[in-house]
Design a protein around this ligand. Structure first.
Ligand SMILES: Nc1nc2c(ncn2[C@@H]2O[C@H](COP(=O)(O)OP(=O)(O)OP(=O)(O)O)[C@@H](O)[C@H]2O)c(=O)[nH]1
Ligand SMILES: [Mg+2]
Ligand SMILES: [Zn+2]
Length: 304
């Protein structure tokens, strides 16, 4: 039976049969040898995977094989860890949900997630939520307009922007990522009220380590699309990206780098650097360039 993995709790997976006749999800375990194949990753099977399931003699469903992934999003489990954590696979669009107040998302965090999406060939868009309490100013909009990213705005309290998002995600497999408490689950519920994703109270997410959503889970929309809710993340260590390659994933830096004097320019200190010239003349936003420089330094110490 071909099926989509819609939830993973570690040892059990919830899979949704692909066949139109089967609309009920079932619980499945991993075949033993598959479990071992995920040696340097936290899970060999992740939410978004298309898998082949078979029933064993006891009638239990077992995931027998995983189809090749179109793409997947990875981060390191912790800053120092060498272990990869695949967040989800087969994603059409990644929405980075951010808030400009309570809590305020850092620009570096946004840029890290954008770089990851770029590295793994996933289209990314920014969703500013809670515009009822803090709207993006022109300054914020300019940073990402210059970088070539679309910004959407919404509020689950007033309902502003929800219809546009609903339209966007129809018939696609999308992923919502962002810090804890920015309202990812709330947006998902606003898009489709029948989903009923768990949301947290304002008071709970300020306490360290309290995440309302603890496992990635796919919800299916009445409109035919799929939406992946992920637990809030604090850091986002990039995986498998060499330091000298990092600028490839800042698209506007990549674009300007072709005019640098040195072919191996890191855009940090070299003379005749077209990237630094573009920052100087405000073609590239200083904030984006700062994120790049921070990642060049900190990732070197912390993530490798
Ligand atoms: N003012 C305001 N509050 C909101 C909005 N959207 C969500 N909230 C509140 O923000 C808090 C966190 O919302 P969640 O949807 O649980 O956040 P989350 O991003 O799913 O958090 P995790 O699951 O922990 O990663 C809740 O108290 C929501 O009621 C909004 O548009 N405006
Ligand atoms: Mg949540
Ligand atoms: Zn350069």
């Amino acid at each position: 039976m071909r099926a989509l993995v819609i939830k993973s709790t570690g040892s059990w997976y919830t899979v949704l049969p692909d066949a139109d006749s089967e609309k009920e999800s079932v619980q499945a375990r991993l075949r033993g040898s598959l479990r071992l194949s995920g040696a340097n990753s936290t899970a060999p099977v992740v939410v978004g995977d298309m898998v082949e399931c078979v029933q064993n003699t006891e009638g239990e469903w077992v995931i027998d094989s995983v189809e090749e992934r179109k793409n997947y999003l990875v981060r390191k489990s912790t800053n120092l860890s060498r272990q990869k954590h695949i967040i989800a696979s087969n994603i059409d669009t990644l929405y980075i949900v951010v808030t400009l107040a309570s809590p305020q998302t850092s620009l570096e965090f946004i840029d890290r997630v954008l770089a990851a999406a770029e590295a793994y060939s996933i289209e990314a868009k920014i969703v500013v939520n809670k515009i009822d309490i803090a709207e993006p100013n022109d300054y914020f909009r300019e940073i990402y307009r210059k970088a070539g990213y679309q910004i959407m705005e919404c509020s689950t309290v007033t309902g502003d922007g929800i219809a546009e998002l609903r339209e966007e995600v129809a018939r696609k497999c999308v992923l919502f990522s962002g810090n804890s408490g920015v309202g990812k689950s709330s947006i998902i519920n606003a898009i489709d009220s029948t989903i009923g994703a768990r949301t947290g109270e304002i008071s709970s997410y300020h306490q360290k380590g309290k995440h309302t959503t603890t496992f990635s889970e796919i919800f299916s929309f009445g409109s035919g699309g799929f939406l992946i809710d992920t637990p809030g993340i604090k850091g986002f260590g990039l995986v498998d990206i060499a330091k000298e390659e990092l600028y490839h994933y800042f698209r506007e830096i990549m674009k300007h780098s072709t005019h640098c004097s040195f072919h191996n320019c890191t855009h940090t200190h070299e003379p005749n650097c077209a990237v630094r010239d573009a920052v100087e003349s405000e073609i590239i936003a200083t904030e984006r360039y700062d994120s790049y420089c921070k990642m060049m330094i900190t990732d070197d110490e912390k993530y490798r």
